[in-house]
Design a protein around this ligand. Structure first.
Ligand code: TYD
Ligand code: MG
Length: 467
C-alpha cells in the first residue's frame, strides 16, 4: 500500500495517525487531530550536512546583539490614518498581518481601500480573493473610487486574482512581486497536498505558512483576511496568531455604522491603539473626532453616563447606558454589550454591598453605545453610575443638568475607587465638551462619594460613617 501523503497529528499529545479520527487514540481527547504534511527529507538533509560541527549538527553563527546590524525599514503608508496608527506607523515591508472580523464588518472594503491608496501612491499591489469573483470585486471597487479627494483611492487599478488554489496563488505572487498583497480570505485557499477541507486548521496553517515563506523571501507585505467565529475567536487560525507579525481585529455590529480596529498583537508597534471608522456609502470613513459624535448623541435620560475612556494613547468619550427592570426569572438576567460580564457582576455586587443600590431581583442590561468595546477597569464607575441612575430613575448629574455626566475610575471590592492611568488626559477630553466636573477617584474616594456627586446629597445613599 502506498504511504499516506499526510499525517493527522494530535495537537495535544503529538500522537499521529494516517487517517483522521474524531478521538485521539493516544490521549483520548476529541477533535484534536490536525492534518499536516510530514517533515520532508530536505529538512533532514540540511541538518546532516553543513559546516563542521559535532554529531548533533552544524554550529550556528552566534552574534553579540550590539553587533547585529540594525535595520530601519521605510513603512508603507496606507494613507488611512487610523489604520496606519494601529499598525504602528504603516505597513512593514515583508510583514504578515492577519485581519480578523465577522462577516460583513468591512474587511474586504478596508483591504480594497488600502490597496487602492497604495496603488495611487505608485506601489505594486495584488488582491487575491477566494470568496468573490473579479466582477463582484469590481462592483465594490467602483463604490470606493469616490472615497476622498485629498487621498486618492485608485481601487480600479488594483490587479485581482479570483483563485482558491494555493499553488496558483503562490506562483502568481512570485510572478507579480507586489509590494503589498491581500489574501481574502485565508480560510478559502486550499493546499492540494492536504485532504482537509478549506478552512480546517491544517489547511489554514499550511496556507499561511507557505504564503509567509514566499512573501518574506521577496519582501511582500501580506494582509491575510480571516473570519472570526460567533464566539469572537479567529476561526481555526488560533495557530496563525503565533505565525503572523500582527493581528488586527475589526469589531462592531453589522447593523451599526461604527467599527473599531484594534491590534491584538503587533511586533512593530503597540497593541493599545484603536482606530474608529464609520461604514458609509463610498467605503469606510475615519472617525477622527469620535468623542464629539458619542457625546453629541448621548441622552440625558436616567441610566446614561459618559465614560472618559482611554483607547490606547487617545482619550475617548463614550456613552454607557443601563436599564434595570423587575425580573420574572431566577436568577435574573445580566446582559452586557461592550464591557466584560465579570466586571458587571463585580460592580453590581459592590453597588449592593457598599453603596446601598441593590439589584438582586432585577434584570440588568448595560450597553456601551455605538458598538464600542471598552476593556479597561476605568469603565467600572461608569457602569456603577449608569446602573444606579437607572435603578433610581434619576438622570446622573441631576434633573436640570444640560450636559451628560462624565466619569471614570476602577471600583474596588471594598467600595473604594481606585485611580486609573491618564487621569488628566481624560479630564481634559471631557472638559473639551464642557463636561465638568468629572466624577473620578481623585475627587470621590469611594463609590458612595461618587453617588453623592452624581445625584446630590438627597438622592445619594446614606453617607458612610467616617465620611
Ligand atoms: P465587506 O467589506 O464585504 O465585509 P466583509 O469582507 O468583512 O465580509 O462589506 C460589508 C458591508 O459594507 C456590506 O454589507 C456593504 C457595506 N458597504 C457600504 O455600506 N458602503 C460601501 O462603500 C461598501 C463598499 C460596502
Ligand atoms: Mg469579504
Amino acid at each position: 500500500m502506498a504511504r499516506p501523503l499526510t499525517l493527522h497529528v494530535c495537537s495535544d499529545c503529538g500522537h499521529s495517525e494516517p487517517r483522521w479520527m474524531g478521538q485521539c487514540p493516544g490521549c483520548r481527547a476529541w477533535n484534536t487531530l490536525v492534518e499536516e504534511r510530514p517533515a520532508t527529507a530536505v529538512v533532514r538533509g540540511v541538518a546532516g550536512g553543513g559546516r563542521r560541527g559535532s554529531a548533533a549538527g552544524p554550529v550556528g553563527a552566534v552574534q553579540r546583539l550590539g553587533d547585529v546590524e540594525s535595520v530601519r525599514v521605510a513603512r508603507l503608508q496606507t494613507r488611512i490614518g487610523e489604520l496606519d496608527r494601529v499598525l504602528g506607523g504603516g505597513l512593514v515591508p515583508g510583514s504578515l498581518v492577519l485581519l480578523g472580523g465577522s462577516p460583513g464588518i468591512g474587511k474586504s472594503t478596508l483591504t480594497n481601500m488600502v490597496l487602492g491608496h497604495l496603488a495611487a501612491g505608485g506601489h505594486r499591489t495584488l488582491y487575491v480573493s477566494g470568496e468573490e469573483s473579479a466582477a463582484q470585486i469590481r462592483l465594490r471597487a467602483e463604490r470606493l473610487v469616490t472615497a476622498g479627494p485629498e487621498h486618492p483611492c485608485h481601487a480600479l487599478d488594483v490587479p485581482v486574482l479570483a483563485e482558491t488554489d494555493l499553488d496558483t496563488v503562490l506562483a502568481t505572487l512570485v510572478a507579480e512581486r507586489p509590494d503589498v498583497c491581500v489574501i481574502d480570505s485565508v480560510q478559502t485557499l486550499h493546499a492540494a497536498e492536504l485532504t482537509g477541507a478549506p478552512g480546517s486548521v491544517g489547511q489554514v496553517r499550511e496556507v499561511a505558512s507557505r504564503i509567509m515563506g514566499v512573501a518574506k523571501g521577496q519582501g511582500t507585505a501580506v494582509l491575510l483576511v480571516g473570519h472570526v467565529t460567533k464566539e469572537g475567536a479567529l476561526a481555526g487560525p488560533r495557530v496563525l496568531e503565533h505565525l503572523v507579525d500582527c493581528v488586527l481585529q475589526f469589531e462592531g455590529e453589522r447593523e451599526r455604522t461604527y467599527r473599531t480596529l484594534r491590534a491584538l498583537k503587533n511586533r512593530f508597534g503597540s497593541t493599545n491603539e484603536t482606530g474608529v471608522f464609520e461604514m458609509a456609502e463610498g467605503g469606510l470613513v475615519e472617525v477622527l473626532d469620535a468623542s464629539a459624535r458619542f457625546v453629541g448623541e448621548a441622552t440625558r435620560k436616567p441610566g446614561s453616563v459618559v465614560l472618559a475612556a482611554m483607547e490606547g494613547t487617545r482619550p475617548l468619550l463614550v456613552e454607557v447606558q443601563a436599564l434595570v427592570s423587575p425580573s420574572e426569572i431566577v436568577p435574573p438576567r445580566r446582559v452586557c454589550n461592550g464591557i466584560d460580564r465579570n466586571r458587571l457582576a463585580l460592580v453590581l455586587a459592590v453597588l449592593g454591598r457598599h453603596a446601598g443600590v441593590g439589584t438582586g431581583t432585577a434584570d440588568v442590561f448595560v450597553n456601551v453605545v455605538g458598538g464600542v468595546r471598552v476593556d479597561e477597569p476605568g469603565a467600572d464607575l461608569a457602569v456603577a453610575l449608569a446602573v444606579a441612575s437607572a435603578a433610581r430613575g434619576v438622570p446622573a448629574g441631576g434633573e436640570d443638568a444640560k450636559l451628560p455626566l462624565a466619569c471614570f475610575g476602577e471600583v474596588g471590592l471594598t467600595g473604594e475607587l481606585r485611580s486609573v492611568g491618564h487621569a488628566d488626559r481624560r479630564v481634559e477630553e471631557a472638559a473639551k465638551f464642557g463636561l465638568t466636573p468629572v466624577v473620578a477617584p481623585e475627587n470621590a474616594p469611594t463609590l458612595r462619594h461618587a453617588l453623592r456627586a452624581a445625584f446630590g446629597a438627597a438622592q445619594g445613599a446614606a453617607p458612610a460613617r467616617a465620611a
